[in-house]
Design a protein around this ligand. Structure first.
Ligand SMILES: O=C(CO)COP(=O)(O)O
Length: 138
């Protein structure tokens, strides 16, 4: 069975927090196919040695590339530590990415507290668990 795909994304003021969180849960995350936006992915792979596929930087389209994975049902979870205190030039992309998680029922964690609960859930690593994917054709 191919590994499930997990995306890791953080805004600049949240990157240190995400790095700390990834190091804490590295053993759980390692077997997954990991993807990230450009700058986040470089930081995380440099600092942890994890293999991470990097898309473009968020403001240059990376959020939209991860959104496209969701639309194609190719993403299983998103850890997105977005910054609630600073405006982002690509705020519409940020909103669109979070919106698609709701559209397609993709688990998304935006804080370390939520991320802790998601990553340690027995369901996170259970290959027999399949989340409900809405069928909008009906
Ligand atoms: O901007 C981002 C998410 O909206 C993250 O992009 P970077 O990982 O390239 O900083």
């Amino acid at each position: 069975m191919t590994a499930r795909t997990v995306a890791l994304v953080a805004h600049d003021h949240k990157k240190a927090e995400l790095l700390r969180w990834v190091k804490q849960h590295q053993a759980i995350l390692a077997p997954f196919k990991l993807v990230a936006t450009g700058t986040t992915g470089k930081l995380l792979s440099d600092e942890t040695g994890l293999e991470i596929h990097r898309y473009k930087s968020g403001p240059l389209g990376g959020d939209q590339q991860i959104g496209a994975l969701i639309a194609e049902n190719k993403l299983d979870a998103l850890f997105f530590f977005w910054d609630p205190l600073n405006p982002a030039p690509h705020d519409p992309d940020v909103k669109a990415l979070l919106r698609l998680c709701s559209v397609w029922n993709v688990p998304v964690a935006c804080t370390p507290a939520t991320a802790d609960l998601v990553v340690t859930s027995p369901l996170f690593n259970d290959p027999s668990h399949h989340r409900f994917v809405p069928d909008y054709g009906k």
